[in-house]
Design a protein around this ligand. Structure first.
Ligand SMILES: Cc1cc2nc3c(=O)[nH]c(=O)nc-3n(C[C@H](O)[C@H](O)[C@H](O)COP(=O)(O)OP(=O)(O)OC[C@H]3O[C@@H](n4cnc5c(N)ncnc54)[C@H](O)[C@@H]3O)c2cc1C
Length: 337
């Protein structure tokens, strides 16, 4: 695969923001990474562009990950070990695991993007985070000019967090994940503790769900609640759910009895960012061509023709209003390029 110049990036980001890459290369094999770029070059590793805010043109090299592979690597008495290439579409991969009889990832159905990006922010949904089921990650290290394998414990997964973010490697383009191995336990137990999922299964009159039933229920719920980026460009949840000290949460809850609070193992409390944004008056509200989605206030949407500057303006306005109303800081979830 050869390098191209001045490539339009609008089709490669789900917010459909304008921008051009000075240089662009599609990566279909791990070996191409070694040949593609030198250690100190300005680069960005791109997956499906579903967690990305483009700030306009990028004057470096975009490496667009398209490495394929999905296979059973090995199995033992307890688990299936499944390997997937970084460029595989995440949702298609999850559906493939279910069709092959390897359950475990079903709660993460319909998350856009690629397999290689899933560990970066430890994607999570409906009570599961990918880090719980990940065995290891193989990556090309541009600084060391070598492939390395990062075990699950060394990935240091947290809420929408991993060592790749903690070290800033996602911004510097230091590491390109080439493949991921998942460890899926053979003893499967349905995780249907989210009310939306239980209600959907009940509506479908399913009392003993299979892994595919759980996936289908989650797909149905997500399709109802979230905008399809192909129709209304967006990057999913735009802000992290803020985690605050117990005292702060207690004071807020006494003034706002409906405030959703989720106690964390470390004693702090996670608040629902979507609820805070809605209460601050932003559900369905626009600022220029950018707004917060009418069915889910946590999702920022491009109403048409927005730029990265428009996104940042709306983001700042939402943050300011939530801060003024609740004293809580919201931090954005997507990566700003
Ligand atoms: C409608 C919608 C719903 C969503 N729902 C969820 C959800 O439920 N849960 C959730 O956690 N997220 C969700 N997201 C966010 C997004 O889908 C995930 O963060 C996803 O993992 C991003 O994948 P991507 O391939 O598009 O990554 P990109 O947006 O292309 O990149 C994201 C970051 O990962 C880095 N990166 C990408 N690939 C690699 C690689 N191979 N090696 C090294 N670095 C890499 C990039 O450099 C960048 O820093 C949603 C997004 C949308 C649009």
């Amino acid at each position: 695969m050869h390098e191209s110049k001045n490539i339009n990036l609008t089709p490669f980001n789900t917010l459909a923001l304008p921008g051009q890459a000075a240089r662009y290369q599609k990566i279909t094999t791990p070996e191409q990474l070694a040949a593609a770029t030198t250690a100190n070059e300005k680069r960005f590793i791109l997956g499906g562009g579903s967690n990305l805010v483009l700030n306009g043109n990028f004057d470096g090299l975009i490496l667009h990950m398209a490495i394929p592979c999905k296979r059973l690597l090995k199995e033992d008495a307890e688990s299936f070990y499944i390997e997937a290439g970084a460029g595989e579409n995440w949702h298609d991969f999850v559906q493939w695991t279910l069709q092959q009889g390897y359950p475990g990832l079903e709660n993460l159905s319909l998350i856009p993007g690629t397999v290689g990006a899933a560990p970066i922010q430890n994607v999570g949904a409906y009570g599961i985070e990918v880090g719980e089921l990940l065995h290891n990650v193989t990556a090309w290290d541009f600084e060391k000019q070598a492939f390395l394998t990062v075990d699950r414990s060394a990935c240091r997964f947290g809420y929408r967090d991993s060592v790749f973010k903690q070290q800033g490697w996602h911004l510097s383009g230091r590491m390109a994940i080439t493949s991921v191995v998942f460890r899926l336990p053979k003893a499967w137990v349905a995780n249907t503790r989210y009310a939306d999922v239980t209600q959907e299964l009940a509506a479908q009159q399913i009392s003993t769900p299979t892994p595919q039933d759980v996936a289908n229920a989650i797909i149905a719920v997500r399709q109802r609640k979230l905008p399809d980026p192909a129709i209304i460009p967006n990057a999913g949840s735009f802000f992290h759910n803020p985690v605050v000290d117990h005292n702060v949460a207690h004071a807020l809850a006494s003034q706002n009895p409906a405030l959703p609070c989720y106690p964390q193992p470390d004693g702090r409390v996670k608040l629902a960012a979507g609820w805070l944004i809605e209460q601050a008056g932003w559900k369905g509200k626009n600022l220029g061509p950018v707004g917060m989605y009418e069915k889910q206030a946590l999702v920022l949407v491009n109403r048409g023709g927005a730029t990265g500057a428009d996104v940042r303006r709306t983001m700042a306005a939402v943050q300011a209003d939530v801060k003024a109303r609740f004293g809580v800081d919201l931090t954005p979830e997507p990566i700003f390029l």
